[in-house]
Design a protein around this ligand. Sequence first.
Ligand code: SF4
Length: 291
Amino acid sequence: MNCNLCPRGCNIDRNSALGYCQKSNEAEISKVMLHSGEEPYLSGDGKSGAIFFAGCNLKCVYCQNYSISRGTGKRVSAQTIANLFVQLEQAGAANIDLVTPTHYAAQIVEAIKIYRPQIPIVYNCGGYETPEVIKELCNYVDVFLFDLKYHSNELAIKYSSAPHYFDYATKSILTAVKNKPNVWIGDKLVQGVAIRHLCLPSHTTDSFKVIDWLSENTPASSPISIMGQYTPCGDAKKYEEINRPLKPLEYKAIISHAKKLKNNVVLVQELSSATEDMIPDFNHQDNKFIY
Ligand code: SF4
């Protein structure tokens, strides 16, 4: 079947041709680990069982995972992905955290059909999704962790080469909100929709608009993360306005605006987190590798 898994709509057979994401029908995995970097409402004191897929359907110039998003990984079958679910579960993972999964949604569904973990499956995606695929995925995954990177479609084109990003991301979020109601057990979100927004330097107004949209369109039970960890990576140096961390005043204004959010859980990162320490270090001793 031709691939139209994401808004790129390449409509090509990935067995014989490559689309925008440059990935074939064989899933590629960069890293599998017990990972402590996700929000506490997902993993509490425990660790996520993170599977980092290689490649990405976005091309963010400031990507903090360049080696993974632009790189190759180990080719795996759906059966191998299912086996990894088992291994992560047995290793004590609080959830299965599928990181940058969009271009492998079909292979992931196949794996879940082979083995359905007893712990929540988190679909940790960049937001450049189609509502149709998200609706189908509601039958398989438990928690959608969406990025909502931009309000301005022009910024999305400039920095992520992603036409109509806001339109696709918001329609996808609303589809998930409608079809996957939030379920909390204690302080853990075990089903539903959570959203992250990474604030960009020089674009506070765009962050205000993202917050306004979240305030008007997400249920109070959906957690929101406002992230100040931006640090220029990759090709960000080519864009003077984003070639620096956020200024304290910019972030203060965004946090102040975020006070209008009615969501019960709003996590705000410390600006001091905007250091290169936040660039994932996959060799860190705290990360226990499975694969
Ligand atoms: S997943 Fe890849 S091949 Fe499929 S539509 Fe998106 S970019 Fe194109």
